[in-house]
Design a binder for this molecule. Structure first.
Ligand SMILES: [Zn+2]
Length: 141
């Protein structure tokens, strides 16, 4: 009799311990899920920096470099018909926003599209304009 009571008590103790540990794990899982949610929100708010959300003067520069790729301010200025100094300023602004990579090649400064997205006019997907047609629905961009 004494023995079984002892066993019951120790089993209760083990159960209690397990319950405590489980609730600790549950708390930690909630924390992890919370963190993950916050991180997802952060990534999401970063990605949709679309060309459409840029001010008009930067939009033109961004659209052109997205289509032609690696360019200098001079090459972009030839396409937009605007002053080289102005294009250089716009390209630097786009680079500051993390949309272009700026690289010095010899004496020339080259800009490469990096996080330059556009919104498909048909399905509203966020896509790379360099593709020329939407990767999701095939519409022309
Ligand atoms: Zn589409």
């Amino acid at each position: 009799m004494k023995c079984s009571t002892m066993t019951d008590t120790s089993e209760d103790a083990v159960l209690l311990e397990l319950k405590l540990q489980l609730s600790n794990i549950e708390k930690k899982l909630d924390e992890v899920l919370d963190l993950q949610k916050k991180q997802l929100l952060r990534t999401r708010s970063f990605i949709p920096t679309t060309i459409a959300s840029l001010p008009e003067h930067l939009k033109r520069t961004a659209t052109i470099i997205a289509a032609v790729g690696d360019s200098t301010a001079e090459q972009i200025a030839e396409k937009t018909g605007r002053a080289r100094a102005a294009e250089s300023d716009y390209l630097n602004q786009l680079a500051d926003r993390g949309l272009l990579i700026k690289e010095r090649v010899g004496r020339a400064v080259h800009f490469k599209p990096l996080n330059l997205y556009t919104e498909c006019p048909n399905c509203r997907a966020i896509v790379l304009p360099a593709l020329k047609s939407c990767a999701y629905c095939g519409s022309k961009l």
